[in-house]
Design a binder for this molecule. Structure first.
Ligand code: 5AD
Ligand code: SF4
Length: 459
């Protein structure tokens, strides 16, 4: 796996002190979190972050490969890195994450100017790659261990991500993740609690628990450490200073009553569940190997509504999976009408290398049909989200202030427990919980003004 070019162009890597780096992150929250660890690690090695790529000695990418569009976007960025490396061959170009893992050695074959390439499981080894004398740094091994002990540079001091598991044991026919992030492994609860207590002591008041399938958390732990996800939620809820708990993503097949009840019972657990649907048609769900059917999914929604009537529900939907007929698609639209999601991420099916669905040759949905279905889907999703959001108008909601509004600097921006973005007039500081009277609601955002009378109870 050694890249022969490396020896020729490798700069003096033993003394990286005061070198600068620029890191671009693509993909999901798991990647955002991995990037915080990479940054923490680089800074502990003496690197400092710079805002512009052309000022950096080390140009790093944390990549995603979930859809073809993610690949294409990244390859354009890589083109710029190539140009910058051409201008100054001492620059180091590093590529981590899922795209890198899914390409493995081909990264070096196709992009010989890349110096360091590694998969998502190798973050703990990044320092070793960068300081190693024999820097060829191809790190496509099995999962090397959690990065929980690594330093972390958080984007916001009052919000923290906590990785509770890695990998995924599902076999969704469309998904590249099991091949990029490996088999599922849960972190021991004791280790997680130490990390979360540390975050709370550090001023974090909102934590997001991350896993590819959070509901199956703990099943692989040895008997003395066995913990269910619901139990873990209760333990996190008990941590002094943690006012909000979120998690992503659950899998509908594993969503049990204990977790749904936890939303009603635990003060800190937010009233929002992201429950990926993918399709509303049972035959398509079967072809996707989702292992639940339309009825089971709707039954999970009913259970959530029964215990937490006001719970916000969001989802992921794929249109144009091979074999999806107009009737199948209408069943998806019908679920969206019935559930009335507060928001949805909608994707056009894109075949990914190495996945089962990429091998299907029959029943492929023509591009124009996919686009037309996507437009119809977005119309339903947005209309229902707009309708659902009206329930907030006239209410006073607890908002965690994140900063100033992106569109109007005289206003503030934050999020409700339902994970709705709010733009509002007020005096709150980033990281504070304030109460906001909501006067307008669209499918995406709420608008209002801080109530100086109502006090935000510490959630
Ligand atoms: N094509 C389109 N969308 C996909 N997703 C995952 N793989 C694919 C694919 N090959 C979507 C799913 C998943 C979300 C993170 O990305 O909806 O839940
Ligand atoms: Fe995240 Fe999946 Fe993209 Fe990897 S491929 S970064 S797990 S969305």
């Amino acid at each position: 796996m050694r890249n022969p070019l490396r020896a020729a162009i490798r700069p003096n890597f033993q003394h990286p002190a005061m070198k600068s780096y620029h890191l671009t992150t693509f993909g999901c929250q798991m990647n955002e979190h991995d990037s915080e660890r990479m940054k923490g690690m680089l800074e502990s090695l003496g690197y400092r972050e710079v805002a512009a790529r052309d000022e950096a000695d080390l140009i790093l990418f944390n990549t995603c490969s979930i859809r073809e569009s993610a690949d294409n976007r990244f390859v354009a960025h890589l083109g710029e890195a190539k140009r910058l490396k051409g201008e100054d061959p001492a620059r180091i170009v590093g590529v981590g994450g899922c795209w890198s893992q899914s390409m493995k050695e081909r990264v070096f074959e196709r992009f010989p100017f890349v110096d360091v390439a590694f998969g998502p499981g190798q973050i703990p080894k990044l320092a070793e790659f960068l300081t190693s004398d024999s820097l060829t740094a191809q790190g496509y091994f099995e999962f090397e261990g959690f990065s929980g002990h690594l330093p972390m540079k958080r984007a916001r001091e009052f919000q923290g991500w906590v990785q509770i598991s890695v990998g995924c044991n599902c076999n969704c026919a469309y998904c590249i993740v099991p091949s990029t992030r490996g088999r599922e492994a849960s972190r021991p609860p004791g280790e997680l609690m130490i990390e979360i207590e540390g975050l709370a002591a550090d001023g974090v008041r909102e934590v997001t628990l991350l896993g590819q399938n959070v509901n199956s958390y703990g099943r692989d732990l040895p008997p003395e450490e066995k913990t269910t996800f619901a139990h873990l939620l209760a333990m996190v809820d008990a941590v002094e200073g943690i006012d909000r708990i979120r998690y992503t993503s659950p899998h509908p097949k594993d969503m049990r009553e204990d977790v749904v009840r936890a939303h009603a019972e635990l003060d800190a657990l937010c009233e929002h569940i992201h429950l990926p649907l993918q399709s509303g048609s049972t035959p398509i769900l079967k072809a996707m190997r989702r292992t639940y059917d339309r009825e089971r999914y709707l039954d999970r929604v009913a259970l959530i509504r029964e215990h937490v009537p006001d719970c916000a529900l969001t989802t992921d939907i794929i249109v144009g999976f091979p074999g999806e007929s107009e009737e199948d698609f209408r069943l998806t639209l019908d679920v969206c009408e019935q559930v009335g999601y507060d928001g949805a991420f909608t994707f056009v099916f894109s075949p990914r290398r190495g996945t089962e669905a990429a091998l299907i040759t029959e029943g492929l949905v023509p591009h124009e049909v996919k686009i037309e279905r996507m437009q119809r889907l977005v119309e339903v999703v947005q209309r229902r989200a707009h309708e659902r959001a009206q329930r907030f108008v006239g209410r006073t909601l607890e908002v965690l202030v994140e900063g100033t509004s992106r569109t109007d600097p005289s206003r503030l921006r934050g999020r409700t427990r339902h994970n709705k973005a709010v733009n509002f007039t007020g005096l709150g500081q980033p990281g504070e919980l304030v109460m906001v009277e909501i006067d307008r609601a669209s499918s995406q955002t709420l608008s209002g003004s801080e109530s100086l009378l109502a006090r935000a109870g510490a959630a």
